[in-house]
Write a protein that binds this ligand. Structure first.
Ligand code: SF4
Length: 226
């Protein structure tokens, strides 16, 4: 039983589901903005998306996948050539090392195919729970929730978790939402975080979740907007 004054789990679930319902109305169709054709391309694009925009990644991946279409090709690629292609995504040396190591790992241990399994995917070089969950939810539509910085911030502000550790946040969200909705949670939270619940200046005055949000202080409407 919840302590007196605290919402029960049933109330928390109801509230969390209202949040997701509104976000689904706001973003009826949502998917990663990364371009990809299969799980392999998505996992590589997700690794390249660290510290840059999806738009920047989409500018380099067509050349990358045309030159080295399969994991086997990338595993055997000349790193200098790959660096030139991914240069504009930033941290190009590190990213080149990561995707080449990932390609080698996928080829050696999984016959060139990204394993369709979270526990196996997180054993791949450079792949964490967040990347693996993105690939599972987006490429396969599996029930998975990826927790990035936006999901972490939005979930905390909306009172859906009090945790800061991504794995715990993922577990809290999975406890609040029905399994068949998990795949649609992350991308909606991410887009909402970008559009409304900014890290530094949340746009509380126009926020469609304002009445569900315990976060204080709410940002007032700027003078210029009045
Ligand atoms: S009211 Fe403000 S802090 Fe709360 S969810 Fe909306 S934008 Fe974020």
């Amino acid at each position: 039983m919840a302590p007196i004054g605290e919402p029960t789990l049933a109330q928390q679930r109801r509230s969390a589901r209202i949040v997701l319902k509104r976000l689904t109305t706001l973003y009826p169709e949502i998917a990663t903005a990364l371009d990809y054709r299969d799980p392999w391309q998505l996992i590589v694009a997700t690794v390249l998306s660290a510290q840059t925009t999806d738009e920047n990644v989409n500018k380099v991946t067509p050349v990358l996948f045309e030159t080295w279409p399969h994991a086997e090709d990338l595993a055997a690629a000349n790193p200098d050539e790959v660096e030139k292609v991914v240069f504009s995504t930033g941290f190009y040396r590190q990213k080149t090392r990561s995707i080449l190591a990932l390609a080698g790992d996928v080829v050696e241990r999984f016959g060139g195919k990204v394993p369709h399994d979270l526990d196996a995917m997180v054993t791949l070089k450079g792949v964490g729970r967040k990347t693996a969950s993105v690939v599972l939810a987006e490429a396969w539509g599996d029930p998975a929730i990826a927790v990035d910085t936006h999901v972490k911030r939005v979930s905390n502000r909306l009172g859906l978790t009090t945790n800061t550790d991504p794995t715990r946040i993922e577990s809290d969200l999975k406890n609040l939402y029905l399994k068949d909705t998990w795949a649609g949670v992350s991308m909606r939270f991410i887009q909402f975080g970008r559009d409304y619940c900014d890290a530094r200046k949340p746009r509380c005055w126009v926020c469609p979740l304002r009445d569900r949000c315990p976060y204080k202080p709410k940002t007032p409407r700027p003078q210029a907007d009045r």
